[in-house]
Design a protein around this ligand. Structure first.
Ligand code: BGC
Length: 360
């Protein structure tokens, strides 16, 4: 690659379009010293592009998405977005807290998924780019009002994206509330380390640092069991191609249409630890996911079917991207044995996840 063509470290902003209500949104491009770039819009806090070099130094965009806001407004299965107030499902859109039952928006059959009909992925966030610290940073804030999608409490949310010179995209999530509420924030990027639109992700080799997973029922709601991965297609403790066992006759894979499950990470507490590692052999790109969260959802684009056309006119076919969503476990508000997701007025919600890129 022509060295003089490398983009300079910095932060740039340009218009990205207007919402259907006419609200203008922007695209912020963070560039580090190695020409790695993350372009993020304040519509949904969405990671629109992520440019990462391969083992020859050739850059490619490794996330699925759209070139302009219109694509996201028209139809997006949460490509790259911040998910909230609650990542993944809450069964029947109902939970009980302090003896009172709450009813949430049902947007996935009779379940509540990814925050409801208008989750944080569809909100326009206040944005502030900064180069003042060591690394290019985008700070996004959003006030989720009391009653939004059925949740009580005004929830003030801050998400900070930082791109470091060690090729890490770090995401800090913070929130405070004035009434007790479940909170479970994540990012829904669909990765393809060979480059977006380049094919399916079945050849990606995956390691998940987890001895157990949370099995689900046919509606993808956890049963409450923490089940050992031993002897199942869920055992990714040793790096294994995602496609190696995906067609096995297995009840869990059948319910998910492939992998669409939460793993219980091996860790002591809330420390930042390695959750997963993905390697794509043809490009040599590797991504490691570190998090303070107790769980991670692997979703393999099982619902992509070639009907969405994304950046550079790429058609997103079945399993063209994989999501590794760091999180608390789905349906925790109704599962007393899962780590609690309830945030109280005198507490601060604070989690960090880092996607670190390298080559092998
Ligand atoms: C969920 C899938 C869902 C997808 C939406 C994933 O996080 O686990 O079940 O269909 O998001 O794109």
């Amino acid at each position: 690659m022509n060295i003089s063509a490398l983009p300079e470290r910095g932060l740039a902003r340009k218009p990205f379009g207007r919402t259907t209500d006419g609200v203008p949104v922007d695209l912020y491009t963070l560039t580090n010293s190695n020409a790695m770039q993350a372009a993020i819009t304040n519509y949904g806090g969405t990671v629109v592009t992520l440019i990462v070099p391969d083992r020859q130094g050739r850059p490619a965009d490794v996330v699925l998405g759209y070139e302009s806001l219109d694509g996201y407004l028209a139809d997006s299965p949460y490509f790259g977005s911040i998910i909230g107030r609650y990542g993944n499902r809450i069964g029947k859109g109902r939970f009980t807290l302090d003896g009172k039952e709450y009813t949430l928006a049902q947007n996935d059959n009779d379940n509540h998924l990814h925050g409801g009909i208008k989750g944080f992925d569809k909100a326009v966030w206040q944005a502030k780019g900064s180069l003042a610290g060591k690394d290019p940073t985008l700070v996004l804030t959003y006030l989720s009002k009391d009653g939004e999608e059925g949740y009580q409490g005004n929830l003030a949310v801050t998400v900070r994206y930082v791109l470091t010179d060690d090729n890490e995209l770090v995401i800090h999530y913070e929130a405070t509330t004035d009434k007790p509420t479940p909170v479970n924030l994540t990012n829904h990027s669909y990765f393809n380390l060979a480059g977006q639109g380049a094919g399916d992700i079945l050849g990606h080799e995956l390691m998940i640092n987890a001895d157990r997973f949370t099995p689900v029922d046919e509606g993808l709601i956890p049963t409450g069991e923490l089940r050992s991965v031993t002897g199942t297609p869920m055992d990714f403790r040793k790096p294994t191609a995602i496609g190696a066992r995906i067609n096995r006759d297995d009840e869990q894979l059948c319910f998910g249409g492939g992998y669409d499950h939460n793993w219980v990470l091996n860790k002591r507490g809330r420390e930042m630890s390695l959750a997963a590692r993905v390697y794509e052999p043809s490009s040599g790109r590797m991504m490691e996911v570190f998090t303070t969260e107790p769980g991670i959802q692997l979703y393999c684009g099982n619902f992509l079917d070639g009907s969405l056309v994304g950046k550079a006119s790429k058609v997103y076919e079945h399993r063209y991207g994989l999501c590794l969503e760091t999180q608390h476990f789905p349906d925790s508000p109704s599962k007393p044995n899962f780590p609690s997701t309830i945030v109280k007025p005198d507490e601060k919600y604070s989690t960090t996840t880092m996607y670190k890129f390298s080559i092998k």
